[in-house]
Design a protein around this ligand. Structure first.
Ligand code: NAP
Length: 441
């Protein structure tokens, strides 16, 4: 039997300590399950004295991740530091150049530098594995790289950020405001002290770029992703969506269209009777539309020490077995240039919520602006106070604006934006219109 595969672990935080725990529990069985033993030989973090909740005295300590990456005593450099630049980037580059396999959970690094790192891995004949970088414990990278490789994938989408899903789920189930639930998520440790990266959709965008590159075999870039976060979602939207038969989820969607590839992250209405609508709380899911396999959806824990460690070690075990895959499923130099579909050309149904001033002709003017853009309405609901629809001359008793919710038939983003711009400009609404895209399922 070969000598054990030697790991250098850089980063002993949430994921790193999860890896230590998994190795302590199951490391001994890998010699039989992977035909080769696996052992940790070196570790690195910032503070040597910090209690890691595990005995690390048998491992060589490195203050500098680059020295660990280049150490003769490791075969695989496991990067669990995080961040798109700095220590993570330089140490991963150093490891690849030194001919070490790399396993990383770092979506930011891959979203920004994945292609350059993949080229470096190709040149040096080593693995660059990153199962943990997208949707934590869900085996999504291998599903695309191995199980679905014989398919042409036309769409990949999912709930890729547990913080956002937790907030939206709590708002919906408990009728509480965004701010209230965000505070609770921070107290429970589900949201960062500065949550803007998560709730602004940027974390989802990082994961989406990786999925797009893999699923479509193109050189996707983080700069080509359209991103909207969940900050503008109010309880009024959640309740209206519920009445109309929808749930609101933050989705990352990559879709092949006739004019190129759409990559978009935004709050999305999904029909209540679909599987994705039921993915609640901190759970994640990823779905694929393949030409032969059909629709496939994976649901599971998208973060956390143990699920993420499970993915990190699955990458390590592939290397132990000698299964070295090209990082993005094919030779990196065969990835095609990315052709971006403009967001204005996006086609779909839309949810629109307006707060309309209670005055004669206001609603008629709004209907006219929609008609001018050939936008037809599937349904229209005038919310509190309840009165006859379509409400052309509906009145509130105290003269306050009327909340009106519309669902459109399929139209274009350009048409919706033009109509809403005119509606806002004409002054019949007392706040900017809310618009949420509906995803076909
Ligand atoms: N947390 C999750 O559930 C999860 C899920 C999927 C993917 N990921 C990804 O996994 C990676 C790690 O995340 P995490 O949550 O484990 O982060 P974390 O808890 O903040 O841990 C980061 C670790 O890196 C070490 N570190 C930071 N700067 C360093 C430097 N310059 N040199 C050496 N060590 C350094 C820290 O050392 P000290 O401990 O000494 O400060 C710490 O041990 C990130 O890329 C993240 O996106 C995380």
């Amino acid at each position: 039997m070969d000598d054990p595969l030697k790991l250098g672990i850089a980063g002993l935080g949430t994921v790193g300590t999860g890896v230590l725990e998994l190795m302590a529990q199951h490391g001994g069985s890998f010699a039989s399950s992977a035909s080769r033993g696996v052992e940790i030989t070196g570790v690195c973090a910032r503070d040597r004295r910090k209690n890691r909740g595990a005995d690390i005295s048998n491992f060589q300590w490195f203050d500098d991740p680059v020295s660990l990456a280049q150490s003769d005593d490791i075969d695989v450099f496991v990067e669990l530091i995080g961040g798109e630049k700095g220590a993570a980037k330089v140490s991963v580059e150093a490891a690849l150049k030194a001919g070490k396999h790399v396993v990383t959970a770092n979506k930011a690094l891959l979203a920004h530098h994945g292609l350059a790192l993949a080229r470096l891995a190709d040149q040096n004949g080593v693995a660059l594995n990153f199962e943990a970088a997208v949707a934590g414990g869900i085996p999504v990278i291998k599903t695309i790289r191995e199980s679905l490789l014989a398919n042409t994938i036309s769409r990949v989408y999912g709930i890729l950020n547990g913080t956002c899903n937790y907030i939206l789920t709590r708002m919906q189930k408990e009728g509480r405001s965004f701010d209230e639930v965000l505070q609770e998520a921070q107290d429970a440790g589900y949201a960062e002290a500065d949550p803007s990266f998560d709730i602004g959709g940027h974390d989802t965008a990082h994961k989406l770029v990786i999925l797009t590159t893999l699923a479509f075999g193109v050189e996707a870039s983080i700069d080509t992703v359209y991103v909207e976060g969940i900050e503008s979602i109010s309880l009024a939207d959640i309740e209206a969506a519920d009445e109309l038969g929808y749930r609101i989820k933050l989705l990352g969607v990559a879709l092949k269209t006739d004019s190129g590839i759409e990559q978009r992250v935004h709050p999305t209405m999904v029909p209540k009777n679909t599987a994705i609508a039921e993915v609640d709380g901190v759970m994640n899911c990823v779905a694929f539309d393949g030409d032969f396999v059909g629709d496939v959806m994976l649901i599971g824990p998208g973060a956390g020490a143990r699920p993420t460690a499970s993915s990190v070690l699955s990458d390590v075990l592939d290397i132990a077995r000698g299964a070295i895959m090209p990082p993005f499923a094919r030779r990196t130099d065969s990835l095609k240039p990315y052709e971006r579909a403009r967001m204005r050309a996006h086609e779909g149904g839309y949810y629109i919520r307006l707060s309309v001033f209670d005055r004669p002709g206001a609603f008629a003017a709004i209907a006219e602006r929609m008609a001018e853009q050939d936008i037809s309405l599937e349904s229209i609901v005038q919310r509190r106070p309840r009165s006859a629809l379509p409400g052309l001359d509906a009145r509130t008793e105290d003269g306050s604006p009327l909340p009106v919710v519309m669902i459109t038939h399929e139209t274009t983003e350009a048409a919706i934006r033009a109509a809403l711009q005119m509606i806002e400009k004409e002054g019949n609404v007392n706040e900017p219109p809310q618009m949420i895209r509906i995803e076909n399922m």
